[in-house]
Design a protein around this ligand. Structure first.
Ligand SMILES: [Zn+2]
Length: 375
């Protein structure tokens, strides 16, 4: 922690170019945690930046564990960045003491999150801020997002930071105190359950406005034919690594006498809210196509929900993009079929025929599908 109070209740902050000398001076007198009122000690070593620390974290609800050097120095950078142009309070105490943002500026509650927390804790903190009329601004501070060629791989913790903006699609903002860079991953589009295409923009903290705004290129990297190629590779990998007789999707495909490689192109298309389901679109769209009777949106949503309940599909929790749900993904899919007047055709008879049909399908629909997917 970087803020404390002295014996008279006067707030002190360990920030600024003279923080080390301030810390050495403050060591002479007792200081207290503004949240729990317990004694804290000044730490001013050579490795970590000067900070206050509880002697025991057992009794403090606001600081439940040691803060990592990365979290402390990131928080300090962000505080300096915000206070260049705005009033802000470090480790602000909110009225009932139940929540403590890293930094509070106006109605923006900054949470710089470096260590992994559970989806339920992330969601409940977000909801509590919103209930107070505050806007939580979560910034990812954990290990770098893994890149794999043109793709990124997001772990479940990183997915919690996903937000959606009409202009940049799904995006994640990260800050690294070592490089002083904000990294904004925009236009994040899932290609398989684990790989996403994304644009990345690095902005130095000295060049970033608060609140952040940034312009992304209008270039689109997404192509439907590449998506189809990745789908084929995903089927290869899945069949290689899992047992087709126990994998719910492959079992359903084989039980209906079909071949997963030859399924018609209308089954397994990318849709905007597809991020809300942690499975390949071919899986949940197959269930819809196979089980639907009326073809309505409600019916498709119910099919997806019941497969989530049986554990055949997995819902992705995105506390910062609450309108993106599995039901919305099902609705996006049904509307795509209806608006583009697509019939779900019978499957291809051979791989050669399949490849030809995919090419024709891309020529006919690629632009409309991508237009609906992003931006
Ligand atoms: Zn405390």
């Amino acid at each position: 922690m970087l803020a404390a109070v002295d014996a008279n209740g006067i707030p002190v902050l360990l920030a600024g170019p003279d923080a080390k000398n301030t810390a050495l001076r403050l060591k002479q007198t007792p200081h207290f945690c503004p949240q729990c009122g317990r004694l804290v000690v000044v730490r001013a070593g050579d490795v970590n930046i000067p900070h206050f620390a509880h002697e025991s974290y057992a009794f403090c609800h606001s600081f439940s564990e040691h803060e990592s050097p990365r979290h402390l120095s990131g928080k300090l950078d962000l505080f300096k960045w915000i206070t260049r142009t705005h009033e802000a309070q470090m480790e602000a105490r909110l009225p009932d003491g139940s929540q403590r943002p890293d930094i509070l500026s106006g109605t923006i509650a900054v949470e710089y999150q470096c260590s992994t927390i559970s989806a339920s804790l992330f969601r409940s903190r977000t909801e509590k801020y919103c209930a107070r009329g505050l806007n939580p601004f979560w910034l990812y501070g954990g290990p770098a997002i893994e890149r794999k060629g043109r793709f990124i791989k997001l772990i479940p913790f990183q997915r919690l930071f996903l937000r959606y903006h009409a202009k940049i699609g799904f995006y994640i903002m990260a800050y690294c105190p070592d490089t002083k860079l904000f990294s904004i991953y925009g236009q994040i589009t899932p290609v398989t359950p684990s790989l996403c295409l994304a644009d990345r923009l690095d902005v130095n903290i000295t060049e970033m406005t608060f609140p952040p705004s940034s312009v992304f290129s209008k270039d689109r990297h997404f192509s439907l034919s590449a998506f189809f190629d990745e789908k084929r590779k995903w089927i290869d990998r899945s069949l290689y690594y899992s047992n087709a007789r126990t994998h719910p999707f492959f079992r359903a495909v084989y039980e209906s006498g079909r071949n997963p490689y030859l399924l018609s192109e209308e089954i397994g298309l990318p849709v905007r809210s597809g991020m809300a389901i942690r499975n390949h679109p071919v899986e949940w769209q197959f269930y819809i196509a196979n089980e639907r009777k009326s073809g309505s949106i409600d019916e498709a949503a119910a099919i997806v929900r019941s497969r989530i309940e049986t554990g055949h599909l997995k819902e992705a929790i995105m506390p910062l993009a609450p309108s993106m749900t599995p039901e919305q993904a099902a609705a996006d899919y049904v509307m795509l079929l209806n608006d583009l007047k697509m019939e779900i055709r019978t499957d291809s008879k051979s791989m050669g025929g399949k490849v030809q049909r995919e090419e024709q399908f891309c020529l006919a629909y690629e632009k409309q599908i991508i237009d609906r997917l992003i931006f």
